[in-house]
Design a protein around this ligand. Structure first.
Ligand SMILES: CC(C)=CCC/C(C)=C/CC/C(C)=C/C=C/C(C)=C/C=C/C=C(C)/C=C/C=C(C)/C=C/C=C(C)/C=C/CC(C)(C)O
Ligand SMILES: C[S@@+](CC[C@H](N)C(=O)[O-])C[C@H]1O[C@@H](n2cnc3c(N)ncnc32)[C@H](O)[C@@H]1O
Length: 379
């Protein structure tokens, strides 16, 4: 056993010694007096405090978004009084919010006491879909307000109702809910397509079918990157209704077909030599994912390729963003699960896929990718 790992018996190992020292208040006090250890201790303290305070940071961001404060300072620095009047807060409370926003470097406090947009705030506003994502976080926040009850399965998470489409075609009949959902997904698709197409080379693919492809935003990006590729879009009928106009506008005229259906109830159309599932698996239970993967397998020709991209758990090396935010988010949707690349690979292998390759994403909270092949026909 490695000296850097806890020994199963709890006996001596370097890491156990480290735990004992870090967990001793006496050692913490001694460390304060030794420069190198003090730096290490302070860093751990800061990191701990960040975890302790994370939910307040998120609420500061939420209030800035909800009150549109970042937009208000976009044209230039504003006084606290002016911002308070615009947002309907007392000057004291606006000062509290602005000071918090500046501490998180979303805003900048000017020497004269006014507040301006900071680089991070400007970047936040420019990330497609991020503002809208944060705008619905009150639902997740409510669901996690008693995390122990949530983990015990004693709560009735609202997020599950927020995205009713996930529970199948029957849930997706309200066009207003569908439109809102599709808009959010379409907006946030920009970064996902960017990273997926950086990770996975589609050279040689003749026709790509995007299953659960929403209004066609990913296929739009594919069409721009690969001007000769033909595309097929498959999603619930109510979701794909708006897709033809979008795909035409994306310059895919004459190169696309759109198919409404449910992968729970219907086989997938054939004709594509590659099938993508972008941010689809993590919405669903293992049973639904197995059914979906088997349908993808059946729809692909021999040597056909499956491409999966979504935020993935770090698995054996738990990942800060995906094993907290996405894991809890998808759990609050009840049917969802943020799986690791290894878990997804096992599900693929169980369906008969081979040549499984994983591509860790540069921004794991945007997407990592996995590809695999339906094996060649046996001669
Ligand atoms: C010269 C001077 C003075 C300054 C230079 C400054 C400079 C160059 C700064 C750099 C600025 C820069 C380029 C910043 C770029 C920042 C970027 C690109 C940031 C991107 C951040 C993206 C984030 C935080 C993405 C978050 C995504 C989220 C939260 C997605 C959530 C998705 C969900 C919940 C999906 C749910 C689907 C469901 C419902 C489960 O099915
Ligand atoms: C999280 S969204 C991802 C959309 C898009 N791929 C993206 O990354 O922006 C999941 C998509 O799966 C679709 N979906 C859910 N259940 C489905 C089903 N049973 N059959 C077909 N599509 C389904 C939803 O309508 C939605 O468009």
């Amino acid at each position: 056993m490695s000296a850097l790992r806890p020994s199963a018996s709890g006996g001596f190992s370097l890491s156990r010694l480290g735990l004992r020292l870090a967990g001793s208040r006496r050692f913490q006090l001694i460390a304060e007096r030794i420069p190198l250890l003090r730096r290490f201790g302070r860093r751990e303290g800061d990191a701990l405090f960040d975890i302790v305070a994370g939910f307040v940071h998120s609420q500061v961001l939420y209030a800035l978004v909800d009150l549109r404060v970042l937009h208000m300072v976009q044209p230039g620095p504003q006084t606290v009084a002016a911002l308070a009047a615009k947002a309907g807060l007392s000057p004291d409370r606006m000062q509290l919010l602005l000071q918090g926003g500046a501490a998180l470097k979303l805003l900048k406090r000017c020497r004269d006491g006014r507040f301006d947009l900071a680089t991070r705030g400007a970047a936040f506003l420019a990330v497609p879909g991020l503002e809208a994502m944060v705008g619905h976080h009150h639902v997740l926040y409510r669901d996690l307000s008693d995390p122990v009850a949530f983990l015990k399965g004693e709560t009735d998470p609202d997020l599950a109702r927020f995205w009713p489409y996930v529970f199948g075609a029957t849930g997706a009949t309200d066009p207003e809910v569908t439109a809102k959902y599709s808009r959010l997904m379409t907006e946030s698709q920009g970064l996902v397509a960017e990273d997926t197409l950086r990770l996975v080379d589609l050279m040689g693919v003749r026709r790509l079918m995007d299953v659960g492809g929403g209004a066609g935003a990913f296929l739009g990006a594919v069409g721009r990157a690969y001007p000769l590729i033909e595309v097929m879009l498959f999603d619930l009928p109510v979701v794909v209704a708006a897709a033809p106009a979008r795909l035409e506008a994306e310059g895919l005229g004459g190169r696309f077909t759109v198919h409404g259906g449910s992968f729970r109830d219907d086989p997938l159309p054939k004709g594509a030599d590659a099938i993508s599932l972008i941010r689809v698996l993590f919405d669903h239970s293992d049973d639904t994912v197995k059914l979906l993967l088997s349908r993808v397998y059946d729809a692909l020709p021999p040597d056909g390729r499956i491409i999966i991209a979504e935020p993935m758990s770090g698995g054996a090396a738990p990942h800060r963003e995906t094993d907290t935010y996405f894991a809890f988010y998808t759990a609050a949707m009840r049917t969802g699960r943020t799986r690791s690349a290894v878990e997804i690979g096992e599900l693929l292998a169980a369906q008969g896929f081979t040549g499984i390759k994983t591509f860790p994403g540069p921004r794991p909270y945007v997407a990592s990718a996995i590809t695999a092949l339906r094996p060649s026909a046996v001669a």
